[in-house]
Write a protein that binds this ligand. Sequence first.
Ligand code: ADP
Ligand code: MG
Length: 503
Amino acid sequence: MLDVTYDAPKPKVIAGATRDWELVIGLEVHAQVATAAKLFSGASTQFGAEPNSNVAFVDAGMPGMLPVINEGCVAQAVRTGLGLKAEINLWSAFDRKNYFYPDLPQGYQISQLYHPIVGEGEVLVEMGNGTARLVRIERIHLEQDAGKSIHDMDPAMSFVDLNRTGVALMEIVSRPDIRGPEEAAAYVGKLRQIMRYLGTCDGNMQNGNLRADVNVSVCRPGDYEKYQATQDFSHLGTRCEIKNMNSMRFIQMAIDYEARRQIAILEDGGAVVQETRLYDPDKNETRSMRSKEEAHDYRYFPDPDLLPLEIEQAWVDDIAASLPELPDAKKSRFIADFGLSDYDASVLTAEVSNAAYFEKVAEGRDGKLAANWVINELFGRLKKEDHGIEESPVTPEQLGQIVGLITKGDISGKIAKDLFEIVYTEGGDPEEIVESRGMTQVTDTGAIEAAVDAVIAGNPAQVEKAKANPKLAGWFVGQVMKATGGKANPAAVNELVTKKLGL
Ligand code: ADP
Ligand code: MG
């Protein structure tokens, strides 16, 4: 459970010519299920395969072929639902959504309109500065993806690649609880993070494995609160849906553009028409794609080829028992156990592999110091070479040793940076390196005292100045550190300099 408390962030307000407007946003996120095979066939889901090589007869819509449900996809949807603290429906059913599309040879998409496998859940979306929005999930249903039409390979022809046809998608539908462009991106980011922790979707937006339909409307200040109190949608403005967004940046730009477009219409005395729109990133505008279609336009009906999907509570309980520690819980624990700031804990838990690395470094050591070293030194260094944590040449055991050496006072922070660089580029055991290269910090007061005396004796003019202005003592500390090759204990040097100068 979350031990941190947050305030709700303010909604985004756009000033119109006559009054202020607030944004209301609801997202339908399509997440490709991470499984080896498709939702209703044994064909592979491997990305980047030769076109039309991952196609079973059922995916190609061959007559007489029957879909067979993939238990792995169902388990992943349940797992995702549990990760979003959602209600799991033990009874769900598949419907046909009829439409013609060249890359959907069946002539219909199998989806779950009336009885989705997952019901209501929630996601905490942190916005920084101690604020977070709780976004309600309305439902998650399982459905088939379509294939891909390729229009740019030949001037006269279009090609169809059915590799993606029939791959399982989870459609995660939010309530209209998102109140600004940044929140929308943060919400998608949080879903992505949770699903990557769960291993249910790889979250690769570039490949289209995670994409969102973004519903946007605007209302007057106070209207959203009326909706919240009554759940009556008539308090909200008419929405438009922007289809198929697979970039966090474009999601934000499209929302901003769309809200301003709607405000201009409303302030002009017009009415927003509910419709589906497309975002054009080159022009930064949304364009009408088609008028809003209703469920009856698709002549949805229960798929007669598939029995209702019945799962057992014991099976759901087994999946629940196998869930990993999720981002919110991990973050709270890092704050509580290691004394980390909210920000550092967020950075370290963004990816589960980063969190695991950090924990190994911090175990039995100073957590804050470990966090500094992982975030500033290690991540900074890896980023320079565009490497992920998996490619780190420094193991958590090695970095842990470096942190331990600093805490014990064996090496100074400055020497530790040199040591880190040696371990990063050459490898080796940090303790042995410190030993063999004589990098140990000098804590022996006799040796430090001699260095302090030498600096004072060699700089009489500076001594006079420092006596008049004690702030100049820092100069002596710097000289002594230089003379000892950075190996003197700075605290001991400081103390001795102050004493010897009589400050
Ligand atoms: P449909 O099935 O017709 O697309 P839904 O009721 O399922 O409609 O809603 C689709 C999405 O639109 C949901 O994410 C929902 O939160 C969002 N939504 C509904 N009304 C509004 C509104 N007035 N403003 C913004 N988003 C909305
Ligand atoms: Mg919809």
